[in-house]
Each structure stands twice: as structure tokens, then as C-alpha cells.
Design a protein around this ligand. Structure first.
Ligand SMILES: C[S@@+](CC[C@H](N)C(=O)[O-])C[C@H]1O[C@@H](n2cnc3c(N)ncnc32)[C@H](O)[C@@H]1O
Length: 309
């Protein structure tokens, strides 16, 4: 039995514990902990489930502190030319499956984390297919109406930018920008419906790289799209290194990152150094070509594996 199904628990019911007979099982304490973050008055004292509240991010308890990087994320330095901020923008499971080269059927009952998930419908669609998927984004501390307003503004801006720069698009994965807009607006609608229903049950977690509120090796697969490298003008090299190490820490098997270029379509300048420093930290990396290219230069992903995995 998978831990997550299509539906969360009823309002007065704690999240289900995973079937002990499931060989792929991991402790459910992290998601139960997330439940208590949303209902702090229900949180037992001195419990395994006692966790920091993500919305306010107090110092983590001693049991967690050793797993977090010591320094917080540096402040953003400058804004990218085309985009006024980090867009709250998302995609469907079908598009994720292309740029991450996913075998969706093989992921059934696996624990999958989507970091910087935005208004993607990947997690909603994955859970509907029996994948135990969780999404992370700093904006998930917002109310659904606030996110709907943010989506309306960012999508209008984003598609105007795309139409103003048609030469930056290869359109291998969609026949036109119109088709991409229809698909991605559908993704956002699916996200909003699922977020409204599931946000109190640990499927959507408000948190930011480079600190993730999960135990080491919690997820079979960790995905992160359109944050690292895309917004290289906002986050410096040290942030990228800390983010990669944190993504690898919470993964049991591997991390996939996409794309490896910035908003100008040029490869991330620090990629070689990043891979060398990750290797020195015991994290192997591999560049993999994928059967996808919408924005120019988006036909690769980076796969990270901890030496111990
Ligand atoms: C362009 S969206 C990408 C959404 C999705 N991954 C995709 O590929 O369609 C980037 C997301 O990163 C989120 N974000 C910004 N800063 C972040 C951080 N420090 N850690 C994690 N996510 C962050 C934003 O809120 C936004 O939703």
C-alpha cells in the first residue's frame, strides 16, 4: 500500500502510517511532523514528531540541527534581465517526464521530492498515479487566493516575455508558445485545486533551499527544475553548492536538476567548478542529454549521486 493516495486524511484524522509490510517504506515521522506544523496545538510534547514551524523557521531542534548547513542562504544579489523576480510558474507531469527522463510507472510507491515546485501539477498528478510525491516551495506558506493572484500576474508577464523573444525558443516539446501556455495554465489550475485540498497534509511544504526540513536519505528521487542555474544572477556559486549538497543529503538514490542554463540559454558558467567541488564532497555528477528542448539550451539534466548511495 502506498503512503500517499489521491486523497489526504479526513480533517479530524492524523495522516496514515505506512504499511509496515511495504519493502520500500521509510518512516512517516517527517510527514506526521509536517501535519503538526499546521496544527501546533495538537503537537505532543517531547515527541519524535516535534518539528520547527516552517512558516516562521525558528532554529531547528538539536535532533535536526546537525543535518542543516550552518549558514543561511545569502540574500539575492541582482535581478535577471528578463524576469523581475523568481517566477511562480509551473509545468505538468508530462513535461517533467520529458526533461527529467522519468519512467513514471517505475516511480509508483516511491518517495519523490519536487523542490522549487511552484504551481506545477507534477506532484498532484504523481500522487494520483500512486507515487508518494511531496512538493517544496517557499510560497507554499501563502493562502490559495494569494497564489492564484501571483499565478495570474506571473503567467501574464512570462508569456509576454516569451512572445517578445521567439528566437530563444526551440519549441521541440510544444508546437507553439500558445500550446505551451494552454498546457502550463492547465498545470496551474490542477495545482491550485490540489494545493487547496492537500496543503495541511504534508504534500505541499513551505521551505527554501539551501535548507530542507527532511531527514537524510528520505526520498528515492529528488527533482529540482528551473531554479538552480536558471536564476544564477540571483544566487551565487556558494548558494548553488550548498543547494546541491542539501538536495543530495535528502536523497537516498539520486537528484536530477534541469535545465543547466540561464535565462539567456547559455550554460551555467560555474558548472565545472560545481561538479569538482561536489566530487570532493563525495557527490558524483553526470550530465545527461534529454529528449526535450523548449527554451534554447534546455536539452540536458545533471544527475547527482552520493558516494554512499
Ligand atoms: C520558475 S519556478 C519552477 C517551478 C517548477 N520547478 C517547474 O520547473 O515548472 C521557480 C520556483 O522556485 C521557487 N523558489 C524561489 N526561491 C527558492 C528557494 N530558495 N528554494 C526553493 N524554491 C525557491 C519559486 O517560488 C518558484 O515557485
Amino acid at each position: 500500500m502506498g503512503r500517499l493516495g489521491d486523497d489526504g486524511p479526513a480533517l479530524n484524522e492524523a495522516p496514515r502510517l505506512k504499511d509496515a509490510a511495504d519493502a520500500t517504506a521509510k518512516p512517516d515521522s517527517i510527514r506526521v511532523g509536517l501535519f503538526f506544523q499546521n496544527f501546533p496545538s495538537a503537537q505532543p510534547k517531547n515527541s519524535l514528531f516535534a518539528m520547527p514551524t516552517l512558516t516562521t523557521q525558528p532554529p531547528p531542534p538539536a535532533a535536526f540541527a546537525r543535518r542543516f548547513p550552518r549558514s543561511p542562504a545569502p540574500p539575492p544579489r541582482s535581478q535577471p534581465l528578463e524576469l523581475p523576480a523568481i517566477s511562480f510558474f509551473g509545468r505538468t507531469l508530462a513535461e517533467y517526464a520529458q526533461f527529467f527522463a522519468l519512467d513514471v510507472t517505475a516511480l509508483r510507491k516511491r518517495d519523490v521530492l519536487d523542490v522549487a515546485a511552484g504551481p506545477s501539477s507534477f506532484v498532484a498528478e504523481a500522487c494520483a498515479r500512486g507515487i508518494a510525491a511531496v512538493a517544496i516551495d517557499p510560497l507554499y506558506t501563502s493562502a490559495p487566493a494569494e497564489l492564484a493572484a501571483r499565478i495570474a500576474a506571473d503567467y501574464t508577464h512570462m508569456f509576454a516575455q516569451m512572445r517578445a523573444r521567439p528566437r530563444l525558443f526551440k519549441l521541440k516539446s510544444f508546437p507553439s508558445i500558445d500550446a505551451a501556455e494552454t498546457d502550463r495554465r492547465l498545470a496551474a489550475q490542477r495545482f491550485l485545486a490540489d494545493f487547496g485540498a492537500q496543503r495541511f497534509y504534508g504534500r505541499y511544504v513551505g521551505a527554501s533551499l539551501p535548507r530542507l526540513p527532511f531527514f537524510d536519505g528520505t526520498f528515492d528521487l529528488v527533482l529540482c527544475a528551473h531554479l538552480l542555474f536558471t536564476y544564477a544572477a540571483r544566487f551565487d556559486f556558494d548558494w548553488h553548492l550548498a543547494a546541491c549538497r542539501e538536495l543530495a543529503r535528502v536523497s537516498a538514490t539520486e537528484v536530477r536538476l534541469h535545465p543547466l542554463c540561464g535565462v539567456d540559454g547559455k550554460p551555467y558558467a560555474g558548472l565545472g567548478r560545481l561538479r569538482r567541488e561536489l566530487k570532493a564532497a563525495g557527490i558524483a555528477s553526470e550530465l545527461v542529454r534529454v529528449n526535450y528542448e523548449f527554451f534554447v539550451g534546455t536539452d540536458t539534466m545533471l544527475v547527482l549521486k552520493r558516494a554512499s548511495s
